[in-house]
Design a protein around this ligand. Structure first.
Ligand code: URA
Length: 423
């Protein structure tokens, strides 16, 4: 087979055959196709798409590029959650121990954050001693004993995606629904979970800016999951303003522990309980998760999970010594606090990375002292920027230009959850 023929077929709007797709994925994974040819194919797919049959073959070729984990020894129903990303999105930190406390096993193999949305592993690494790298044996033991593991995906899991995602990142080919859907689902299916709840975000702080795009992505992923024997549900959630009160690493851990201890902001509790109920339904566990946030049961699973990965759940987290406050420029009601602006500010303060290899700061981030709907007086603080290198402040403040709107009258808040798609 000649890769250039396959590229021409897709470029001209044709279909790729099953053998052609399998050959392309296998050859690229094993470095028999050059990056420039794979880039051309990805760009052709971005413009021409993949039909349902092509996408099914593409996804299974990505799954089969590596190992598929066997979680049968875990002894509990397995259910995972994946979010397409958001600013201040720490839901996994609360949700995974909560669902484990209800009797399921949550095998969350995670990646690191890139760009303006934070990564779950980066947040947990703010806890002194906590280790993201586990062997498959350690992972299975922890799932069996505690019911939850959040750790880095090993190199053997969907290696085709590892290469293709890195290439898409630098060739402007991330924003393709079939490529995003196959990338996410190949990793989740290879992970071996029996069921999966997807939080598909839309809005200024999300990948998908519009609800209809998010719905198409969600439907595509639910179809792929179901076709591969993974019971899959998608929740469509709004991401126009940061989730909760913080966007950063240590500050998001602190907010998550507060929520696991019966406190926490209403929007974080709302999304966590919505996702938890869908996960428990897929795991056939008939239980209301809400009381476990208040009675210490979810918190004790969190403590066990952190300890099992060498972290100290009682350790004091690092805090910023340098803080800059953004104040209200007028009196009125906050009608908008833009998630993208806050996400970029947190990223520029050092909470996120631009390249995979970059380190992140545990203390950097943005605390939202007031959110949309709040009444505010001229000069009152709205945001607090945390940083360890004050040289980063001007670029972060620039990202916040125009990110806050204040009006005489409040505007009605739209619901956080726009829809739930069940197979
Ligand atoms: N996250 C992924 O894992 N893959 C994508 O393509 C986009 C987001």
């Amino acid at each position: 087979m000649q890769v250039v023929d396959l590229i021409r077929t897709k470029r001209d709007g044709g279909r790729l055959g099953d053998d052609e797709i399998r050959w392309f994925i296998d050859s690229y994974t094993h470095a028999h196709i050059a990056d420039e040819q794979a880039s051309a194919m990805l760009m052709a797919i971005l413009f021409r798409g993949l039909d349902a049959a092509e996408l099914a073959t593409w996804t299974s070729a990505m799954i089969n590029s590596g190992e598929r984990m066997d979680l049968s020894s875990v002894g509990r129903p397995t259910v995972d959650k994946h979010s397409t990303g958001g600013v201040g999105d720490k839901a996994s930190l609360v949700l995974c121990p909560l669902v484990a406390a209800c009797g399921a096993a949550v095998p969350q193999l995670s990646g690191r954050g890139l760009g303006h949305t934070g990564g779950t592993l980066d947040k947990l690494e703010a806890i002194p001693g906590w280790q993201a790298l586990l062997t498959p044996v350690q992972m299975l033991r922890q799932l069996h004993d505690i019911g939850v593991v959040i750790c880095a995906a090993g190199p053997g899991l969907a290696p085709a995606d590892r290469k293709l995602y890195a290439l898409r990142d630098v060739t402007g080919t991330v924003e393709s629904i079939p490529l995003i859907a196959s990338s996410i689902m190949s990793k989740k299916i290879a992970e071996g979970t029996e069921s999966l709840v997807l939080d598909v975000t839309f809005g200024t702080g999300a990948f998908m800016k519009q609800l209809d795009q998010a719905r198409e992505l969600a439907e595509t992923m639910v179809r792929i999951g179901t076709a591969n024997g993974v019971r899959t549900t998608a929740v469509l959630s709004r991401m126009d303003t940061p989730l909760g009160r913080s966007a950063g690493n240590a500050i998001e851990v602190t907010e998550s522990v507060e929520t696991l201890s019966g406190g926490g902001p209403a929007d974080l509790i709302d999304i966590t309980l919505t996702l938890a109920r869908e996960m428990l339904a897929l795991a056939h566990i008939d239980m209301d998760p809400a009381p476990l946030l208040n009675d210490g049961r979810a918190l004790s699973v969190w403590d066990a999970m952190i300890r099992a990965q060498s972290g100290d759940p009682a350790a004091l987290l690092p805090v910023a010594t340098q803080r800059e406050v953004v104040r209200a420029e007028r009196t009125g009601y906050i009608t908008r606090l833009d998630a993208f602006g806050v996400g970029v500010a947190a990223w520029r303060l050092g909470a996120g990375r631009s390249r995979k290899e970059d380190p992140v700061s545990p203390i950097a981030g943005v605390v939202c002292l007031a959110k949309p709907g709040a009444r505010i007086e001229l000069g009152e603080p709205i945001l607090e920027l945390h940083v360890d290198d004050p040289g980063r402040l001007p670029a972060a403040l620039q990202a916040l230009q125009g990110a806050i709107s204040i009006a005489d009258e409040p505007v009605e808040a739209l619901p956080l959850i726009a829809d739930i798609l069940r197979a």
